[in-house]
Design a protein around this ligand. Structure first.
Ligand code: 13P
Ligand code: SF4
Length: 334
């Protein structure tokens, strides 16, 4: 990748001052002097190219506050991708999110700054695996988490995200559903519905690292703390927490309830971003990095815009089938 040597100037300092103040608590001076010239260049080029940057809540604060036009959980990013009028979409997130944006915008250029930004859940299952499950359980509807490939979505009946999984499962009106591929999210959904859930063995490599012992230790060390967790964590971890929700639902909970001491049991950058927006709250920030999300950097976003790479390409037949599953989910909403 070509790296442009960018320097921090007084003009850049002035141009980016309002962003600097938003990230002051989570980006130090040295990091800022490196980031600001990229933020300035990306924001300029984005306008020239009529591009929009969709950034997931796990993106680092320089991206999240500096260059993103839309931020949110997987569901919000899909909803916004379906509405955008921009000519070019840059996905600051992982590959399945970029594929979802492309499926919803087959005629637009959808770019991912690093095509290796994968996801352990998406990699845990293939379309062939889904077809075998369908053979084993004939007539049972298949709900696929959006953390899957376009091919898996294409052979599913409907998609869901962690923000609407229970609602999607209940909306099917079936007594049994196949819920793929996240075993833990499936077990969380099963605990919230009477529908029988048949699951797969996929795991998020980030959330599976948290243990119930660790949550108990955190609670003992930080009396009065409110602990929020993502439903990709194991059930015995979730049962130690005070609130379970998607990344956006955790962020909304903090914005609305303003718990004085808070811990988010999820990816590191999410805590930085929610803390930056709520600097008066005390955030204890235990950290598990998603190596895939962290592949996306300001340098790569700038390179992506300059060179219009890496364009997401999906077989049109697969894309049309996958669109059905995504649109059914969007009709149900959050
Ligand atoms: P959300 O849909 O909650 O944003 O989660 C996506 C994800 O990849 C969590 O690990
Ligand atoms: Fe996938 Fe887990 Fe990373 Fe989310 S945090 S993108 S589920 S590996």
């Amino acid at each position: 990748m070509k790296t442009s040597a960018l320097t921090y100037t007084e003009t850049i300092e002035r141009e980016t001052a309002s962003i600097r103040s938003r990230v002051a608590g989570v980006v130090d001076e040295r990091q800022w002097k490196h980031a600001a010239p990229y933020i300035s260049a990306i924001n300029r080029l984005k306008k020239e190219k009529n591009a929009v940057i969709l950034a997931h809540n796990y993106q680092t604060p320089d991206i999240f506050f500096g260059v993103a036009d839309i931020v949110g959980d997987s569901l919000k990013l899909a909803q916004e991708a379906a509405k955008t009028k921009a000519g070019v979409i840059i996905q600051a997130g992982v590959y399945f999110m970029a594929e979802t944006a492309k499926i919803l915008n087959p005629d637009k250029a959808v770019l991912i700054p690093d095509r290796e930004a994968g996801c352990s859940l998406a990699e845990s299952i293939t379309a062939k695996d889904v077809l075998l499950m369908k053979e084993k359980y004939p007539g049972v509807p298949v709900v696929s988490y959006v953390n899957t490939s376009a091919e898996v979505k294409a052979v599913s009946d409907i998609c869901c995200t962690s923000g609407n999984a229970v609602k999607v499962v209940n909306a099917l009106g079936a007594s049994r559903v196949i819920f793929l591929p996240d075993e833990y999210l499936a077990r969380y959904v099963a605990s919230k519905t009477d529908v029988e859930i048949i699951t797969w063995k996929g795991r998020c490599e980030v959330h599976e690292k948290f243990t119930p012992e660790y949550i108990r230790e955190l609670r003992a060390e930080h009396p009065g703390v409110t602990i929020l967790a993502h439903p990709e964590c194991a059930p015995d971890v979730l049962s130690e927490c005070d609130f379970v929700g998607s990344t956006a639902q955790m962020s909304d909970f903090v914005d609305e309830k303003q718990p004085p001491r808070v811990i988010l049991i999820t990816e590191c950058s999410m805590s930085d971003n929610v803390y930056a927006a709520n600097p008066k709250l005390e955030f204890i920030r235990p950290c598990q990095l998603c190596p895939h999300m962290k592949r996306i950097t300001l340098e790569k976003i700038l390179h992506s815009l300059e060179t219009m790479t890496h364009e997401v390409v999906i077989d049109p037949a697969v894309s049309a089938q996958a669109l059905r599953s995504i649109e059914r989910m969007l009709e149900i909403g959050r």
